[in-house]
Design a protein around this ligand. Sequence first.
Ligand code: BYC
Ligand code: FE
Ligand code: FE
Length: 472
Amino acid sequence: MASVDYLERIPNNVNLRENRRLLRALEEWQPRYLSWWNEVGPEGYQAKDVYLRTAVSVDREGWAHFDYVKMPEYRWGIFLAESEPNRVIGFGDHQGHPAWQDVPGEYRGTLRRLIVTQGDTEPASVEQQRHLGRTCPSLYDMRNIFQVNVEEGRHLWAMVYLLQAYFGRDGREEADELLRRRSGDSDKPRILGAFNEKTPDWLSFFMFSFFTDRDGKYQLAALAESGFDPLSRTCRFMLTEEAHHMFVGETGVGRIVQRACELQREHRTDDIRRFGGIDLSTIQRYLNFHFSVSLDLFGAEVSTNAANFYTLGLKGRFEEGKKSDDHRLHEATYPVTTLEHGQIVSRDTPALVSLNERLRDDYIADCQRGVERWNQVIKRHGIDVELRLPHRGFHRAIGGCAAARIAPDGRLVSEAEWQAKQAEWLPTGEDQEYVASLMKPVVARGQFANWIAPPARGINSKPVDFEYVRLE
Ligand code: BYC
Ligand code: FE
Ligand code: FE
């Protein structure tokens, strides 16, 4: 059942037609979703044709179709990865039992909360990025942000499907709440910290797609291991879309780095703001910010919630199936970095309560690989600078290190030193003003803003100067 039914109002591969109650619930939610999209989704371009990809099947090969679409007419739908026959739960107390096709009654609240937390991030990111179309550095980039936006909208559909299909009236209420909360709103904020921050400019957007969407990759991968099979299948398909979001972030930052290097070489100075570039030290400060707020998204390093999610079979580890231990972890330990008596130490900790930290470790290793690719760009230009991930304790608001001031190099510092050095470590008001001053739209075909290099290639084998958004 890999093909998707496009004749339906809500494209899907879950046989919606045969589940009248669910279909009605989703059809009632659909107009509310659209008014949310029109109210806080991408501003200014809703009536334009955008060259977007739409999921048309869940096969590994050829799942996407590219064409011009007006965003409000995007075919948001419900797509689950193919079911694995006889799938069994891979970890926790129910290891080896058949995966659940329905929600086990006693885990209802816990599971609902996980799904709501995941779901809440998706519309939040669309809200955060609402105004960026107006300042795009090229049509290529404008198309990419809109692609990310419609897919985050689809990720909301993915979670709302689960809520409406499996959680009855509570699920329907949660589905409405997902459309009521707003990123950055003091009365009804989004659930997780990073999703209430501003994404005011394209440097922030690319950093967000690199660092924060990558949290999405790791959380989705952990939920894809779930014993609740519909959640697992939903997340598995979301991961195929997620790869493009991280590609946009990595290549976006990479192109800004490249342009910085070009300007630096051309003018023989690292003071490239005079020439309209974003200097590597500003890029480093933005990196420090986005990495640290994204690390917070993994929760506290010692967490009984995480232990419960695992023991109950609801949320696994990254690549759980590839690990060769007992998948129960009652006896195992894991090294956790924490603050003890004013010192940062590594402590062997029961593995079950350390699962957030373990997922964060997997995430950090993945971020590090991307930073190394950026550093290759710098090196190729013969410039002796390296971008670095700051220490995991730097600028944290969640977990043991939140109580201390920690420098990017991992030193514990006094409040006075923190205040004195903050401007070297995190984006300053002046940085933000400077970056904002560069945000002038470039919308002529094949043209790029001066602060970013063109991409190596276009989308779907189209040329770089393709008309990715039709503005006429
Ligand atoms: N902000 O036991 P702890 C994505 C709360 S991104 C605010 O350590 P736990 C995307 C926590 O809820 C992926 N509150 O937490 C990316 C708990 O509250 P209670 C999103 C926070 O539960 C880009 C308390 O603090 N998916 O898809 O082990 C664009 C104790 O904490 C935060 C998921 O997150 C925070 N940062 O772990 C678009 C997956 N951190 O119980 C999309 C689902 C913790 O004391 N969520 N708290 O009231 C989860 O797995 C878990 O909820 C978390 C937290 C990993 C987030
Ligand atoms: Fe998403
Ligand atoms: Fe994403």
